[in-house]
Design a protein around this ligand. Sequence first.
Ligand code: ADP
Ligand code: MG
Length: 140
Amino acid sequence: MAVQRTFSIIKPDATKRNLTGKIIAKFEDAGLRVVASKRIHMSREQAEGFYGVHKDRPFFGELVDFMISEPVVVQVLEGEDAIAKNREVMGATNPTDAAEGTIRKEFALSIGENSVHGSDAEETAAEEIKFFFNDDEIVG
Ligand code: ADP
Ligand code: MG
């Protein structure tokens, strides 16, 4: 597998509980490198746009309200097979299904407030990175 970049969000439930460093340590321990990072407070428009793919799901309104409730940390992670590796470190969407040692198993509060977002494929990774970062903000 080649070196890839993927997009990550440390979600409001985690920034609120001061878990940013512990979560980044999980990425770094897995061999992922933080090549871009910023702490932002998302606008409603940004959250609705970013999660547009889920707009017809019953939890969409709840998801948007949650994502704008507190600051988030948006990041680009780089490494061998970074997209799959990040999903592995994150764990399953629902923390009750997440494997031991994963971020969601250790830190997530519920299926909605699950501490991290990670891109699920090469195409979405590229789109999501572009949604939040200019090229000159990514330093590999
Ligand atoms: P993932 O983040 O693991 O890729 P999805 O893309 O399916 O999961 O969902 C996006 C986000 O929407 C989840 O991370 C979670 O915050 C929220 N979500 C998903 N399913 C539910 C649900 N059944 N109830 C509430 N929130 C949900
Ligand atoms: Mg997803």
